[in-house]
Design a protein around this ligand. Structure first.
Ligand SMILES: [Zn+2]
Length: 162
């Protein structure tokens, strides 16, 4: 969490928004309680799993997707980030990663999570191109934000590898 705090001001807002909207997303179990007749199983893999950690990480139907995210980070940032939920979902970074690299990786993993949420109740896993598009959009907002606040040097430090 402290690393996320050290990231851009904008990122703090994104993280706060993420925590807020997460509470609005119901797991299959919760949906079955509200709508009798709907199945309390994961809509992607049909397993009896109703935890948010399954929906976002452990679901086997997402393993290829998270592998693609790992490959994307390796390609664009040059870091082979170990596949662990604390890095990809909670944004806790290994100590050897610089603050700028951590910021860029966090932008990528936030986009990856948002794409999963955007396909809530869909049987499909998100496609990697939609994540890249989302990060490109974030980059544009970040450039505007840093231009306004006069911190373009920081912007370039974070985004130069993307
Ligand atoms: Zn599943």
């Amino acid at each position: 969490m402290s690393l996320v705090k050290k990231a851009t001001h904008c990122l703090d807002h994104v993280e706060a928004a993420y925590k807020l909207w997460l509470r609005w997303y119901y797991t299959p179990q919760r949906l079955a309680e509200i709508y009798p007749g709907s199945r309390a199983t994961c809509w992607r893999c049909n397993q009896q799993e109703d935890t948010l950690s399954h929906i976002f990480w452990y679901c086997p139907a997402l393993s290829q997707y998270w592998q693609q995210i790992q490959d994307l980070i390796k390609l664009r940032v040059g870091i082979d980030l170990p596949p662990a939920p604390e890095h990809y979902l909670l944004h806790m970074m290994p100590p050897e990663i610089t603050a700028h690299e951590a910021s860029l990786i966090t932008h990528i993993t936030l986009a990856a999570k948002q794409r999963i949420a955007a396909l809530w109740k869909s049987t499909l896993a998100p496609d990697i191109q939609s994540v890249i598009t989302k990060v490109n959009l974030t980059q544009q907002y970040e450039e505007m934000s840093h231009t306004i606040s006069g911190t373009l040097l920081k912007y370039k430090g974070i985004w130069s590898k993307w």
